[in-house]
Ligand binder design. Structure first.
Ligand code: TYD
Length: 209
């Protein structure tokens, strides 16, 4: 693992769990507390990675093969780690990410079936062997999550997958979190009102920082 002076927090989970809202609130709160914070999303976060995001998520690209998908997520990740995540951590900043390596483990490794070993190897390359210090799993029943997402007007390639796909995603995340021995995973019940999730999250983060 690369030596880093900063702190890396990743948010993970299925669709509609409120990751995007919570990461923004966390960024604001940490900034108010005087911390140097960088907020990023995957896939995306750099000019090049946002271009890859458009290709890999667009509902127009239903013809993308699963192998292409695996490699595009990794390509976007390699770029954001090289360009922003690693330099920010080396500079001692707190980096907050809306999805990162565990999304590939769950969606491509477990649910699409490429296997965890292969995705771990690719993640090692794209992140230069960097693991989050803390991973927050916003856990939610996919039926509720997909409805929230639909109400918000989203329709990327993944939101269009059937319910069973999203049930597998939820279970895979819970399995990862439960079998973790490093202590980096924390599960938050995202069915709670937004404010309660924010408070629970802040309590967790305050204990860690
Ligand atoms: P996004 O619009 O960020 O959705 P969400 O609000 O749910 O985070 O879309 C990201 C989608 O890409 C999401 O459905 C999960 C998927 N994804 C992967 O399959 N593998 C990955 O490595 C990453 C980063 C995302």
């Amino acid at each position: 693992m690369s030596k880093k002076k900063g702190f890396l927090i990743t948010f993970e989970g299925g669709e509609g769990g409120g990751k995007t809202t919570q990461v923004a609130r966390l960024r604001d709160r940490l900034t108010q507390a005087g911390k140097d914070v960088v907020l990023l999303r995957e896939p995306g976060g750099t000019v090049i990675s946002e271009q890859i995001r458009e290709v890999v998520l667009s509902a127009k690209n239903s013809g993308i093969s699963y192998t292409t998908e695996v490699l595009l997520f990794q390509a976007a990740r390699a770029q954001i780690y090289n360009e922003i995540v690693l330099p920010s951590l080396e500079a001692g900043k707190i980096v907050v990410m809306d999805r990162s390596r565990d999304s590939s483990v769950v969606y491509q490794g477990i649910v699409r079936g490429f296997g965890r070993e292969l995705i771990d190897q690719l993640n090692t390359i794209s992140t230069k062997d960097t693991y989050p210090d803390l991973t927050i799993l916003l856990d939610l029943d996919p039926q509720v999550g997909l409805q929230r997402q639909a109400d918000a007007g989203g329709n990327n390639r993944f939101e269009m997958e059937e319910l069973n796909f999203h049930k597998k995603v939820r279970q895979a995340y819970l399995d990862l979190a439960h079998e973790d021995t490093s202590g980096r995973w924390k599960i938050i019940d995202a069915a709670q009102p937004l404010e309660k999730v924010t408070e629970e999250l802040w309590k967790l983060i305050s204990e860690k920082l």
